[in-house]
Design a protein around this ligand. Sequence first.
Ligand SMILES: Cc1cc2nc3c(=O)[nH]c(=O)nc-3n(C[C@H](O)[C@H](O)[C@H](O)COP(=O)(O)OP(=O)(O)OC[C@H]3O[C@@H](n4cnc5c(N)ncnc54)[C@H](O)[C@@H]3O)c2cc1C
Length: 339
Amino acid sequence: MIAESDKDLKRLNTLGLSAKAAWYAAPCSVRDIKELLNDSRFAAMQKLVLGSGSNTLFSGDYNGLVIHPAIKEISITEISDTTIKLKVGAGVDWDKFVAYCVDRGWGGVENLSGIPGCVGASPVQNIGAYGSEAKDTIELVDYIDISTCEERRITAAECRFGYRDSIFKQKLKGKTIITFVTFELALNPIINTTYADVKEMLSSTENPTLFDIRKAIIDIRTAKLPDPAEIANAGSFFKNPIVEESFAEKIKESNPTLRLYPSSPGYTKIPAAWLIEQCGFKGVRESNVGVHQNHALVLLAYEGATGRELLEFAQKIKRTVKARFSIDIDMEVNVTVSS
Ligand SMILES: Cc1cc2nc3c(=O)[nH]c(=O)nc-3n(C[C@H](O)[C@H](O)[C@H](O)COP(=O)(O)OP(=O)(O)OC[C@H]3O[C@@H](n4cnc5c(N)ncnc54)[C@H](O)[C@@H]3O)c2cc1C
């Protein structure tokens, strides 16, 4: 198993942050991953799993082994009259997987078109967009326990999926290498146009197909979201906070234009973008970091930005929102910790 030392990670994170990993390896199979974990050079080293780095903030150099699972296989594990199950390698590009399904008429992931990243990361924060979440189609997750090197398989229920959350961000945080994700897709797809932007975009399309949905969503995303290739970012930097309904209603009383979104019974989701905008950060640039002019939830890293600088700016936004609204906004982005 080839491992590179002193690896530059700048091109391996969409924030384009300069950072070095003491060691880096991209194993292509379960066997290679096990071989790497059993390599005595790395036994005592801290380890970080990296997909495409589109949801990762390098706070500095990583004094350990960065592992990029590069398993690229896709196989059919079961077909019934109505569904098909696909076991997909962690290293498959998420959007290529979506295109693969749409091309074959298999429904369930089309609303997640255009999300950057690898399939292996999709259960970690239960990726979601345009009225759909990864949990809607995930059936099983296979992983290797980093400390014991044992292979494990858990069901969707055991993944404890929530809003941008799962067991991989909680109890199993930093402890696993996801190797495969099994998805159950519909052979007779139900088209989901519940999300207002999608509905509007397809208003003149009669009986939209999976292709129509995919195209509409990619068009909406391209028009709305900054491309990391042009301006470095990690998508939504913060999660939308969930607060008690009565508390949210009080804020809405003095801010009638605020749109609230239902969450679990008695709770409401408030758009973090609105809170950040109200605090005056939208479009603001401070030295090498800033907030996008159209998207208050998207933090930007300009050329020369460091992870520490971006983190301090994010903390400042968080403190300001807390002081003004008494609401904690939590980061969606994963911040690396290196000892
Ligand atoms: C422009 C832009 C738009 C985005 N839009 C959306 C959106 O609409 N919805 C959404 O949910 N997200 C969105 N994101 C965030 C991001 O694309 C997703 O979170 C994606 O799943 C991250 O994949 P990745 O491979 O880049 O993960 P990374 O950033 O490499 O890793 C993310 C986390 O997952 C862990 N991880 C990654 N792979 C594995 C593995 N195989 N095993 C165990 N742990 C692993 C990492 O350790 C890290 O903690 C967006 C990001 C960008 C830049």
